[in-house]
Design a protein around this ligand. Structure first.
Ligand code: AMP
Ligand code: MG
Ligand code: ZN
Length: 334
């Protein structure tokens, strides 16, 4: 049993085959928390096991994309970012901060129905009514996960924390998971991009000085901004993975979009962007996703943490791969 988690080329699909679907999120989570010595003083091990198995079970495994495997992938991505960039040290994160971002990754798509916010809002789904159309799914993921944590003592992974630490941890988690709403992407991207110029941050230089000159309240808010940025980056990190892994994720993601499209068609609703299996091309949609979203964000991300350049290297290769397919398809049509 020797699959190394501490590696940018880690293959989560092979790991899943070895260890079994139902164990992947729990085993990865235990590995990561154990690595940072978060057991037992901070998080009681037995309670964590109960909690994480219950969370894993609550992901809908019939979804093509939004399953506990995606949550495990996000956790592994963040773990790798920290190993390579040492963002924990640079941002001076406490154990509670680190724990918060790991728990956020574990729960961040909990109970995802395989349909997006727009769909839930347009069909007046109960969830959209409950959350007033505001980050409907993201609110749902956090809220349901906290119900699991608090519903019985045996699940309460936060029971060792003081009231203040609990408050902090909960605030961090809420911020991180609500921050995965894609409608916030542009704002995040702009803030971090503009800061590169105003603070003269380049290839990692300047970040530490920038953090040093903050007063404590500013510093706390900044840390939260960074945590939320990192988790968002991990959420859209498919195109930054080695090609075989990216291809598998892309396949699954697009299939989930198409399933929503099928449902919209059946209900006589207009088919959402990228959801029509009769017209959308996977390679084209992936190029669009990389060009509009992933490349800009990871380019900025790398200016803060240049040790993550493997993400940009993969991105470049993957872009070339799909670009060639699109060109070939074009030539065939001529
Ligand atoms: P989440 O749905 O919480 O996982 O948020 C990430 C969002 O990023 C997804 O809903 C998609 O809109 C987008 N996304 C992530 N990976 C891909 C991909 N491979 N292709 C297209 N869109 C993606
Ligand atoms: Mg989500
Ligand atoms: Zn996600």
């Amino acid at each position: 049993e020797n699959i190394i988690l501490e590696n940018e080329n880690f293959n989560i699909f092979e790991f899943e085959k070895k260890i079994g679907k139902e164990h992947i999120l729990p085993s990865l989570s235990v590995y990561v928390l154990n690595f940072y010595e978060l057991f037992d003083e901070i998080v009681p091990y037995n309670k964590f096991e109960n909690f994480v198995y219950e969370i894993a079970k609550g992901y809908h495994r019939e979804n093509p994309y939004h399953t506990d495997l995606h949550a495990a992938d996000m956790l592994q991505s963040i773990f790798t970012y920290n190993l390579y960039s040492k963002f924990q040290v640079i941002l001076n994160l406490s154990d509670i901060d680190l724990l918060s971002i790991f728990i956020s990754a574990i729960i961040h798509d909990y109970g995802h129905p395989g349909l997006n916010n727009n769909y839930l809002i347009r069909t007046k789904d109960n969830l959209s009514i409950k959350y007033n159309d505001i980050s409907v799914l993201e609110n749902y993921h956090v809220s349901e996960a906290f119900n699991i944590i608090l519903k019985k003592q045996d699940n309460n992974i936060l029971s060792n924390l003081s009231d203040d630490d609990y408050k902090l941890c909960r605030k961090n988690i809420i911020e991180c998971v609500l921050g995965t709403d894609m409608t916030l992407h542009n704002q995040k991207y702009q803030t971090f991009k503009i800061r590169l110029q105003t603070e003269n941050i380049k290839k990692g230089e300047g970040l530490e000085q920038f953090l040093l000159k903050q007063d404590p309240i500013n510093l706390y808010n900044l840390k939260l901004e960074f945590l939320s940025f990192i988790i968002h980056a991990a959420d859209i990190s498919n195109p930054t993975k080695p090609l075989p892994i990216y291809r598998e994720w892309a396949q699954r993601c697009v299939e989930e979009f198409f399933k929503q499209g099928d449902l919209e068609k059946k209900l006589g609703l207009p088919i959402s962007f990228n959801c029509d299996r009769n017209t959308v091309s996977l390679p084209k949609s992936q190029l669009g996703f990389m060009d509009a979203i992933v490349s800009p964000l990871f380019t900025v991300f790398n200016e803060y943490f240049p040790q993550l350049s493997f993400t940009l290297d993969n991105l470049k290769k993957n872009h070339k791969y799909y670009k060639e397919i699109v060109e070939k398809e074009k030539n065939l049509k001529k």
